[in-house]
Design a protein around this ligand. Structure first.
Ligand code: TXA
Ligand code: MG
Length: 333
């Protein structure tokens, strides 16, 4: 086994065949292992192990009513955790898996209730990261994994972020470098009559509609007062500084941000600016940087973040969703 670092009680495992096998053994023994995916790092435990799943909630400080996504490496594992595969699901799996799409399906009774926080459904996805896939294959069981951050903090996109939040609270973390996408998967509910996006993410609504051949609704979320996805009722991805999101026409947006920045700086506050990507072609790099930037603002002691809204086309929908949920105030100009 290559040289392995230990921080508090958390093993830091470099990628490689031996360390993946060691991590898989830990998972099988009911331990918690953080691992890289193409979206963000996940905090994994064997989905069938009730106690291990409870420990995920403890380590993150996650409210017990917020269900987890189960990660699989093959279709057989989907069948282990869901009671049926609804129409459209196979087509979506074929087109987008492995990849950043989580499907909410009817849940099998074999799965402990804690995984899906008592809901009759389960979210499942096959991650597109070689380390994640080899870990699930080596463990031989589906792995429940929320993002590997303390609850309410921005999702981790590097090993360092995972250690910042969870060193000493989990058994191990597998290093897989920086996550390629940097933003979480799309959560699509297929358990009802019509497909509904519960969380916009790496796969866009347009891409889903092209495969399903129908329009795909986006859940209104918290605005309606009855959150369709439990995760939506929590303020999320929140940096320590308060974040003000400015939306509306570009010229007015920028003018207001400049005025606000000047005003707050005069008061002695440290202001961080999150500029919108210039156009849809720059959404990908912006998504990859977002959580990293929020964390670095915290590290620099920024008091107030002024974030510029983006258009909700393509990946812009996911970016705006995260900014809205991180915001303590939204100003439309
Ligand atoms: O990209 C991702 O999805 C990452 C990586 C690690 O796979 N995972 C992730 O998990 O973002 P988490 O736990 O941070 O977010 C899961 C979201 C939450 O908003 C949760 O409420 C929702 O998915 N969710 C999970 N199971 C659900 C279910 N059965 N019904 C409705 N929403 C569900
Ligand atoms: Mg999360």
């Amino acid at each position: 086994m290559p040289k392995v670092l230990r921080i508090n009680r958390t093993l830091v495992l470099p990628p490689g065949r031996k360390t993946v096998l060691a991590a898989a053994r830990l998972i099988r023994n009911g331990r918690l292992v953080a691992f890289p995916t193409e979206t963000v790092y996940g905090l994994g435990a064997a989905a069938a192990d009730r106690l291990a799943v409870k420990n995920i909630f403890k380590a993150k400080g996650r409210p017990a009513d917020n269900p987890l996504i189960v990660h699989v490496a093959c279709l057989e594992q989907v069948k282990e955790i869901s009671s049926c595969i609804p129409p459209g699901a196979l087509e979506l799996m074929q087109r987008f898996w492995p990849g950043p799409l989580s499907l909410v399906l009817p849940r099998s009774n074999r799965l402990p209730q804690e995984v899906s926080a008592g809901l009759p459904t389960v979210a499942v996805r096959m991650p597109a990261h070689p380390v994640a896939l080899s870990l699930i294959r080596a463990a031989g069981v589906p792995i429940a994994a929320p993002s590997a951050n303390r609850s309410g903090r921005p999702s981790p996109t590097t090993l360092r972020h995972v250690l910042e939040d969870l060193a000493g609270r989990i058994d191990a973390v597998l290093d897989g470098g920086a996550c390629r996408l940097g933003l979480e998967s799309t959560v699509l509910d297929l358990s009802g009559g019509r497909p509904v996006i519960l969380r916009p993410g790496g796969i866009t609504g347009e891409q889903l509609e092209a495969v399903l051949g129908t329009t795909v609704e986006v859940a209104e979320g918290c605005k309606t007062g009855t959150p369709p996805s439990p995760g939506m009722k929590y303020r999320h991805y929140a940096p320590r500084a308060s974040l003000v999101l400015v939306t509306g026409a570009r010229r007015r947006r920028l003018a207001l941000m400049a005025a606000l920045a000047g005003c707050y700086q005069k008061k002695g506050l440290k202001v961080g600016i999150l500029q919108a990507p210039p156009g849809p072609e720059a959404f990908r790099p912006a998504a990859k940087r977002l959580y990293q930037t929020l964390r670095s603002f915290d590290a620099q002691g920024v008091d107030l973040i002024l974030a510029e809204g983006v258009s909700a086309q393509g990946l812009g929908a996911a970016l705006m969703n995260r900014l809205r949920r991180a915001a303590s105030r939204i100003i439309r100009v």
